[in-house]
Design a protein around this ligand. Sequence first.
Ligand code: ZN
Length: 311
Amino acid sequence: MSDRRPTSVHIREVGPRDGFQNEPELISTPDKIRLIEMLSRAGYKRIEVASFVRPDVLPQLADGEEVLRGIRIPDDVELMVLIPNTRGLDRALSVRDRFHAASIFVSASETHNQKNINRAVEETLSDNEVMARRILAEGLKLDAVIATSFGCPYEGKVPLDRVLGIAERYAEMGATEIGFGDTTGMANPGYACEFFAAALERLPGIELTAHFHNTRGQGLANAYAALEVGVDSFESSFGELGGCPVPAGSTGNIATEDLASMFEEMGVDTGLDLDAVIAAAREAQAVLGRTLTSHSIIAGPVDWTGTLASH
Ligand code: ZN
């Protein structure tokens, strides 16, 4: 065990944004509100609840304002929204008192950024700078996310120095938390160690958040590797929902219940009530009308012996 391993971690639930946006069917606003409220009572202190992408591009999340207005959540839960551009920021600010943190983003890979938002990285960063000033002026917490931090499906490995250079730009803009996304699941535990050890050294005082995907089955191993070098902030999705399931049929996000189960069994406190997270994931199964595939939904938590199959 590494002496840098934290004794407790934050896990942000991203299912209501990163998960719901990848569902082929539209989830009704009341169903979203009910699921977010269930999650908000499962011990989370951070939930990503909406994205203000153009409704014609992403109809799955077109009801961001209604969701934010409708949810009733405990005071100590920080709600984050994803802001793609100035128009999205205008929409978010129309419900300014309903959330706490706003997240801006770019892809570290030039090609992925072009394909994702049709802009150059440098152009995106200067737009982000303007948005960052407005977000901070509103008294909101500024988060930044760097997609394809561990590799790009078009360009391959993205140089570590390039990713950390972008992270430094975000720190200069006033971001207090920076998330590193493994958008198409290209990280491995060795590189996750190297990456976060370097990032922690170069970005003192900034909270660094690991957002791994399980595309190639290495999501939990990567989270463990990041934990061992001192990362104490993670993002995951209940029920293993969403997270860029490309190519079709592959998985995306790591499941919150699996991540929390691993950490808790290792003695790392997540603050989560695992039964409550699994109950929310089961409710999502009912809403979506399909079976979700997280390991903990199928097997139950380690100490939940009542549901274990006999052999
Ligand atoms: Zn994701």
